[in-house]
Ligand binder design. Structure first.
Ligand code: 3PG
Length: 317
């Protein structure tokens, strides 16, 4: 009898492994992960899976006649299979998201490849070209020019003329700033928080948008707008990696750009986190360095950060 039950259980698990629908169901239905304490749990799972596969509830019947020890064997196998399916389903979801990002906004794909986003508050737009050259020399051809200074629009326009650079606008708070940034040539928009009007206007202008989030509620609001790359801000003040590690498993489709309080001392740890698409920060392009026109330091700090992206291995989800 036990052999027969084992056989049934294994056969069902084989079918599950090849079947997308139950894998997704396993991720979406928390009751499938409950400890297997009784027939009702098993029957619920069987109905779900069996109906998805077009198989009648044979295993439910087996469960009802099985001895307690056999039930435990079946339940343990089932539990292990669900864990494996959940892992594969999450990985599939992430691959799907990466594909859709590539399709929708090449800028986000490039950002994910670069893995670093220098956040710039440039006070003198005439320095923009030298800043761009320094970033290119540091092999980090990318910048988020924040609307914290009056020079932002002109700086974006100057940098956007250089085709080697990926230039976006940051600290974007209004739809008017979206328009000014996009008209100046920005290829992505970053906001410190989530504002549906700003997000929708970016979508209307067909420009990539990365709003800031700090809580699960804000992440869900962003997901509701169809977004899946979000700025975790201010990262360190919100609990840093510990918070990210606690929140991100609930949102396997989301990739984060943690920003705020990150520098050479902690950037590698963020880069290693599997939910992190890229890390944002101003340490490579600090306002003081720009005031001093110390572009060799900008190039050096950028190069050092890039070296970390090459040596840091992402941990498994
Ligand atoms: C931002 O606007 O994204 C942040 O101010 C950057 O944070 P940092 O200066 O701590 O890197």
């Amino acid at each position: 009898m036990i052999d027969y039950l084992d056989q049934r259980c294994r056969a069902r698990c084989e079918r599950l492994r090849d079947c997308r629908a139950p894998a997704t169901a396993a991720v979406q239905r928390p009751e499938l992960h409950r400890p297997p304490h009784g027939t009702s749990w098993m029957s619920t799972g069987d109905r779900e899976v069996d109906s998805a596969e077009g198989v009648a509830g044979t295993t439910s019947r087996i469960w009802r006649v099985a001895a307690p020890a056999t039930r435990l064997t079946i339940a343990a196998e089932w539990h292990a299979e669900v864990a494996v399916l959940r892992h594969h389903a999450a990985a599939r979801m992430r691959r799907g998201v990466a594909r859709s990002l590539r399709r929708r906004h090449p800028a986000l794909h490039m950002l994910e490849q670069l893995r670093l986003l220098p956040v710039v508050a440039l006070e003198d737009a005439s320095l923009a070209a030298r800043l761009g050259d320094a970033l290119i020399a540091g092999k980090l051809p990318c910048a988020e020019i924040t609307f914290r200074t009056d020079a932002a629009e002109q700086a974006i326009a100057t940098l956007a003329r250089d085709e080697r650079l990926l230039v976006g606008a940051g600290t974007v708070l209004t739809t008017d700033q979206v328009d000014r940034a996009v008209d100046a040539g920005a290829r992505f928009i970053v906001s410190p928080g989530f504002d549906a009007a700003v997000v929708r206007h970016c979508q209307h202008r067909n420009v990539a948008v990365i709003p800031g989030v700090a809580t699960p509620t804000e992440i869900q609001m962003a997901l509701g707008e169809g977004l899946d790359m979000l700025k975790f801000f201010p990262a360190e003040a919100n609990g840093g990696l510990a918070t990210l590690a606690a929140i991100s498993p609930a949102f396997p489709a989301v990739r984060f750009v943690p920003t705020g309080g990150i520098g050479p001392h902690n950037v590698a740890a963020y880069l290693a986190h599997p939910a992190v698409a890229a890390v944002g920060g101003s340490w490579m392009v600090a306002t003081q360095l720009l005031r001093e026109k110390n572009f060799s330091a900008v190039a050096r700090l950028a190069a050092e950060a890039v070296a970390l992206t090459r040596t840091t291995v992402r941990s498994s989800p």
